[in-house]
Design a protein. Structure first.
Length: 288
């Protein structure tokens, strides 16, 4: 209401009658006349929304539910990833106010919405979160010394305006420091130096997928147990009969009644197996 008691806008909303609401509440919102700026407010999972698979589908809704006339903005809760769900409809998740863990990276906050007398709502993101999570994946990190590695990894972390941040670095591929980074004390030193360089509250380095630099093609061509294992892995990615012989049904935790489902599971494991084979079968110093 304005100073004269006249309405200047309205909010149409619905709440949950129980802890887990599985009915489509958005479908029950009435069409509005559009004479006043109108906001629809709802906790819902919209079909097709990005990152929706990470959440339980409470009060599920579809695009059709938001096409009804008279609404200038839909303010939705439930999915934590900030997004405009449909490019041509004012249906928005502002996201959560604070990222809770490394899987919720980036700035967090809310939407500032202005609804003019005529035209579309203007939406601007406003960061509120006191902490920002950052995650960076680095393949084949450069540097054959700790100082060089610190420099390379610091450059891989994007700049941010956040006053305080928590950083996770996921390292994979080849590195001459792979052996050293398996030791907790070496990782702790690397994390401390990176935190100081980045001005971060904390840095976590995950280096479990690193391996020593090797010439994979040369290893494949050499007569060795590793060459045999690599060849079997490649063949099993496409040869059903070989895959079944290598991993009998009783040894597979995914021994489903559907052979195709079981093989798909096993091939998912094989897809990431090459670095582990090399690491286990190539001795430090390059020999087998």
């Amino acid at each position: 209401l304005d100073g004269r008691g006249e309405p200047v806008g309205r909010v149409v909303s619905a709440g949950f009658a129980k802890k887990e609401q599985h009915d489509n509440l958005a479908a029950k919102f009435p069409a509005m006349d559009g004479g006043l700026p109108t906001v629809g407010l709802l906790h819902t999972q919209v079909e097709g929304a990005e990152a929706g698979e990470a959440h339980t589908p409470y009060a599920p809704s579809t695009r059709t539910d938001f096409e009804k006339p008279g609404y200038h903005y839909w303010a939705l809760g439930h999915i934590h990833k900030r997004q405009q769900v449909f490019a041509d409809l004012p249906v928005h998740y502002p996201g959560n106010l604070q990222g809770r863990h490394p899987r919720e990276p980036g700035p967090k906050g809310g939407n500032w919405v202005e609804i003019p007398p005529m035209g579309l709502a203007r939406v601007a993101f406003v960061p509120f979160a006191p902490l920002e999570w950052q995650t960076a994946a680095v393949r084949d990190p450069a540097g054959d010394s700790l100082d060089a590695l610190v420099t390379a990894l610091a450059e891989a972390v994007p700049a941010t305006e956040a006053g305080r941040r928590l950083v996770r670095l996921e390292l994979s591929g080849a590195s001459p420091l792979a052996e050293e980074l398996r030791r907790e004390d070496n990782r702790a030193e690397l994390e401390a130096q990176l935190a100081a360089r980045l001005g971060a509250l904390d840095v976590e380095v995950r280096a479990g997928d690193l391996h020593r630099p090797v010439d994979v093609e040369e290893l494949r061509a050499s007569p060795s147990p590793l060459a045999t294992a690599l060849a079997l892995r490649e063949q099993a990615l496409t040869d059903d009969e070989l895959l079944d012989r290598l991993v009998p049904e009783g040894l597979s935790p995914a021994a489903a009644t559907d052979p195709a489902e079981r093989r798909a599971y096993l091939r998912g494991l094989l897809a990431d197996l090459e670095p582990a084979l090399i690491e286990r079968l190539v001795a430090p110093g390059g020999g087998e």
